[in-house]
Design a protein. Sequence first.
Length: 249
Amino acid sequence: MALQTLARPDARLAGSAPGLGRLVRVELGKSLSTRSGKAVLAATALLAPHWVPVLVLTGGDVSDPPRLLAELGALTALLVLSLGVLSSAGETTHRTALGTYLAVPRRGRVLAAKTLALAQLGAYATATGVVTSAAILAVLGVPVPLGPTAVVAAVATLGGAAFAVTGVGIGAAIAHTPAALTGSYLVLFLTPPLLHGVWPAAVEAVDPRQAVILLATTTPSAGPLVTLLAWVVGPLAVGFLILTRRDIA
């Protein structure tokens, strides 16, 4: 009972909680203050730029730069999901959950702050990777069309924000960093190829990485956008429901 009392402070205390803008800044600081957060952010931002010169110098296929950048951007966005998981599930890992929710009793506000903060970090990491990759392609003599590349960069940035928010929802629901990360990537990396073997038409409907690529390189349509939105709204809604009912020790 004592833990429940601590975990669910009187709602009247919520009025003394800091504003949403301040909470977002706090969450940004948290994500950038841990070694794991810094490492993941750096890795996601540098992933695509690392592969571009390797592809060019080893004779890889760079005949369609926008498509290549879209694929690299989608992969980067997929990895950005781990930032969101670390932000929410990391509260339990680092034993900061009790202090966080005592300071801000309305857990939905904390989740909203994490959502906004990680959307910014995800967008930043993905945009940095795609723009830097495009610049490297140009420096290495690969023609990079400005218009299509700008579209790819914009869509990849949106994808990075979306995947980071998805990670926030998954981490809030599972509250165990290794389990959340392992489960997420097993589903995201294994489900599409398994589906492709038995039901190819379903891959585009469930694969968020493919949705980002399609939005970036084809005429905009509702299908990929719905897929991406489902991956954002679903985990976030489930995470909110579980988080607001969980006893925090």
